[in-house]
Design a protein around this ligand. Structure first.
Ligand SMILES: *Cc1c(COP(=O)(O)O)cnc(C)c1O
Length: 726
């Protein structure tokens, strides 16, 4: 077997990835001295010494980080993902090494870590602030350069991510420019109202979604609380509810209309738009609402026009088309006597998941923040100027674009498939001898093809050999050792040809259903890549298979349309960590409890000036087994009591130890405890359990008076740290 030139290149390059295309300028110049530059075609299975070199630049190119990650993510000299919390204004000493954060979060408490189990969401509030400031700056600058005669005042649609701290951050960071919130349901309205009490008094509170009396009355209460609340009518009938409730409460409403535009966006998210869209009022209904309001002497209440073309709007051409149509409706409402003040262009500001900067799919958009803002301002201005209508305040409900970048989901790959079963040479010869004539012929062909480096003939023969063997196995003439020997030989020979396992399955300590639901549901792709070892050549192409007992629980499509992901060999201890990026919007609330895998642990990480450049300002363990059981109406406290009694009955002496193990199981997260992590039930918890068994009274259902309840609830209570430096 040919010895391979270097360890890192023990396999072919992942097909279709950038090895074939890397610009030669990215390689260290001395690599070329005296030799030809690397071949432009990387199909050759074995590398020469030049292409064995690897660099972080090649990893950046391979995973397209510059495309989707700029200006927040890059690779540092150690080969780890580096987070630039202030975007392009981040100074070198302010960059945060993501691996250091993961080590801090998941390391044992005795070693100064926080003892959190993976998977882990790492939130960067400064990235969020940078996104918010960039959005505001984009509109401010478009407004200035066009001489637009009003201002931009956005709202954050909380449905994108209702996390309390994220919403509070947005309200705080946006307070200087009166950034507000948008709600689409009663609980969202409640949280938005509460958050905005700490915000700018001018911030808007936009109430979308279908409404009943209760919703409307809550929205009117918000007005009474001096929050700048606008009730947006999604349907004509909602007007009657609004008028009735506002009369009953004696609170005059500010009303907006959601227009159903004819302009239609054809991507996945476009089903909300167009004449047959799910939401909004058509022209007849808009006119009817205006007439009704006029009759009731309430036209002054109608102040806002809203529309939402759909998420991830692909191009500024489509955007300008939709905004132009809406601006005409705005002008018409003005002409009909409404007291129009605000045009709310909805959400849909897209982000570039695959780094391709094209508007050809839902994965990418062909414009920047600045171009988006310019298109909106220009279209509104054009329509209003033609009709001599005063320029309205421009509001947008950009969700995805604001929060996608701020968090990273970190998870471990725990094993990859190849087995280390290797039959002994003698044994192998013996087993092959027993296969029968037909199989031996395939075997000989296969070996001959290998000697000539003829991969196609090799794989065809291997295929025939394996098929013949499985038939013989099924009728009982071969045993398991024969099958294993054949598989082993094929793999070994393939490896010696430099073409091992075209695609290998990596098991990941994650639930796709919980943490990447849009991948499962609508095929949304997110950048996924190792967050360390990026200074090493990835030697394997992998697909990711999750923990759930479900064939859908896998990731086998990746950005750029690839069906596998270049990965490194797992091994050498310490764990192999992958990150999913740009998942800050929608994924957390959409995720389900399939197989009862709950949410990840969460840390909030701020940039600080100091040797380690970051501080963990908040750390919350993910839901425990007890928590996810509770979500399905099980009662962990009672379950534990019953199991503990059983343990005592069954093992009088060892009962306490069994009970302690049971307590630990309820206490811990449903995910695997892997290399980097540790199970973190303190000995004190077990003592608590052991001591509480003399309490014969029925445990209270909700109370935390007995030791068990408090033990179980302490596992899910938020643990907060006031600035934990690395
Ligand atoms: C979902 C939604 C948004 C947010 O859309 P993004 O594409 O995330 O910006 C805004 N407004 C309405 C009415 C929505 O339904």
């Amino acid at each position: 077997m040919p010895a391979l030139a270097c360890v890192d290149a023990a396999a072919t390059p992942p097909p279709g990835y950038a090895f074939a295309r890397h610009p030669s300028s990215l390689l260290a110049p001395e690599a070329f001295s005296g030799g030809a530059p690397p071949a432009a075609n990387a199909a050759s299975p074995i590398f020469d010494s030049v292409s064995c070199r690897w660099s972080t630049e090649l990893s950046a190119e391979l995973y397209k980080i510059d495309g989707w990650g700029t200006p927040y993510f890059s690779i540092n000299a150690s080969g780890n993902i580096s987070v630039r919390p202030h975007g392009s204004e981040t100074l070198p000493h302010q960059e945060i090494d993501l691996m250091k954060v993961v080590k801090k979060a998941s390391g044992g408490k005795s070693a100064g870590g926080l003892g959190l189990q993976l998977p882990l969401i790492v939130r960067f509030p400064e990235v969020l602030r940078n996104r918010l400031h960039s959005l505001q700056a984009a509109f401010d600058s478009a407004i200035k350069s066009y001489g637009y005669d009003s201002h931009y005042q956005g709202v954050y649609p909380v449905k994108c991510n209702q996390d309390r701290f994220l919403v509070e951050d947005i309200v705080e960071f946006g307070s200087p420019f009166s950034f507000g919130l948008e709600a689409g349901s009663k609980p969202e309205l409640l949280l938005a109202m509460n958050s905005l009490t700490k915000g700018s008094p001018e911030a808007l509170l936009i109430c979308n979604g279908y409404k009943d009396e209760e919703y409307v009355s809550l929205a009117l209460t918000a007005r009474r609380l001096d929050l700048k609340t606008v009730i947006v009518l999604e349907q004509e009938e909602e007007l009657d509810t609004v008028v009735e409730v506002s009369r009953a409460l004696g609170i005059r409403p500010v009303i907006g209309l959601r227009a159903k535009l004819r302009t239609k966006h054809s991507g996945h998210f476009g089903s909300t738009s167009g004449e047959k869209g799910k939401f909004g009022l058509n022209t007849m209904q808009i006119l009817s609402v205006a007439r009704k309001l006029e009759k009731m002497d309430m036209l002054d209440c109608l102040q806002l026009l809203h529309f939402h073309i759909g998420s991830q709007i692909p191009s500024t051409a489509l955007l300008a088309d939709g905004v132009g149509e809406a601006a005409q409706i705005y002008c018409e409402l003005s002409r009909l006597g409404a007291n129009m003040q605000v045009i709310d262009v909805g959400g849909g500001l897209g982000i570039d998941y695959d780094g391709s900067r094209s508007g050809g799919s839902d994965m990418s958009v062909g414009y920047s923040l600045d171009e988006y803002a310019a298109a909106v301002v220009r279209s509104i201005m054009k329509a209003c100027d033609r009709k001599y209508v005063r320029h309205p305040v421009i509001c947008s409900e950009s969700g995805r674009a604001l929060v996608s970048h701020h968090s990273i989901l970190v998870f471990e790959a725990v094993s990859s498939a190849p087995s280390d079963y290797a039959p002994h040479n003698l044994e192998l010869a013996h087993l092959m001898e027993e296969l029968g004539d037909e199989c031996r012929t395939h075997y000989r062909n296969l070996m001959a093809a290998a000697v000539h480096g003829d991969w196609d003939t090799f794989s065809a023969s291997a295929d025939k050999l394996k098929r013949q063997c499985i038939e013989m196995f099924k009728d009982g003439s071969l045993n398991l050792e024969h099958l294993a020997a054949v598989d082993g030989v094929c793999e070994l020979v393939a490896k010696s040809m430099g073409v091992s396992d075209p695609v290998r399955t990596y098991h990941i300590n994650l639930s796709v259903f919980k943490s990447v639901p849009d991948f499962w549901a609508i095929g949304q792709l997110f950048p996924v890549l190792p967050i360390h070892h990026l200074d090493r050549r990835p030697a394997v192409n992998g697909v990711l298979s999750d923990l759930t007992c479900d064939s859908d629980g896998k990731m086998d499509t990746f950005i750029g349309g690839k069906s596998s992901l270049p990965l490194h060999e797992i091994g050498g201890g310490g764990g192999y960590y992958l990150g999913m990026f740009l998942g800050g919007a929608y994924q957390e609330a959409l995720g389900g409890l399939h197989n009862l895998f709950g949410g990840p642990s969460v840390v909030r990480v701020s940039q600080i000036d100091g040797p380690h450049s970051f501080a963990v300002t908040r750390a919350v363990p993910g839901p425990s087994c007890a928590d996810v059981l509770r979500a399905m109406q099980h009662e962990p406290e009672l379950m534990f009591e019953a199991l503990k009694r059983r343990a005592e009955d069954c093992a009088a002496a060892g009962g306490d130890a069994l009970a302690c193990g049971l307590a630990r199981a309820f206490h811990s997260m449903p995910y695997l405890v892997c290399a980097g992590g540790e199970a973190h039930v303190d000995v004190a918890d077990c003592v608590l359990v052991a001591n509480s068994d003399d309490d014969d009274s029925a445990p209270s259902r909700y109370g935390s008076t007995d030791g068990l309840s408090s033990m179980l609830s302490s596992a899910c209570s938020d643990e907060e740290w006031d600035l934990f430096t690395a």
